[in-house]
Design a protein around this ligand. Sequence first.
Ligand SMILES: [Zn+2]
Length: 238
Amino acid sequence: MPDFIRLSSPNFNDRDPVAPLQYIVLHYTGMKTGDAARQRLCDPTAKVSAHYMIEEDGRIFQLVDEDKRAWHAGISFWRGVTDMNSASIGIELVNPGHQFGYRPFTPQQIRSLKPLLRQIIERHRLSAKTCLLAHADIAPMRKEDPGELFPWRDLAQQGFGLWPSPQSVDYGHAEDEDVQVLLRSVGYDCPTGTGYDRATRAALLAFQRRYEPNNLTGTPEKETVARLRALSRDAASG
Ligand SMILES: [Zn+2]
């Protein structure tokens, strides 16, 4: 059971019951230091927050109560839900991010994160397989976090999230629209029938950051499409 350091962020309001809590959204802070990030997440003029922030040394700060709506998602979408702040709990991991020197998350951070995830999933009866989202998943045109250095595969192997295992049938040809339909079926805000446009590329890149982190091309190559097909099938079967 992790210990929390309580800090009170004023940046929250009531959850909207129209979008029930079913997700956990992971972020990186994207600032030079954890101190700077913590100050910003508690600054009333910044109007941003998260429920938790995990320092590189593993300390967990709780900034907003879980029953309140923290302000971490911004304009976002997942499986038809647009009020992702109401539908989720937000966890920030301290990391300078792509702008200030992206680096691996520390073992201490991940060691603190796992029991926290387990607690949240149990407390709110979330689906361990499908509740975990990246900020980049729900806002692919604007966000990259927590990104390709986050240990998505390791967490999936421990039951947090899915990991695609493509079969030979998954390697067949796909038209642009097939890729769009697959991205949408997984949950991404992807248009269909528009050709391979900027929104499709952004969604595919978000998918690659998570499920194919050594191939960040944003283009639907055979392996990417195969993993997308496998994930879509697993997500549909729960
Ligand atoms: Zn974020």
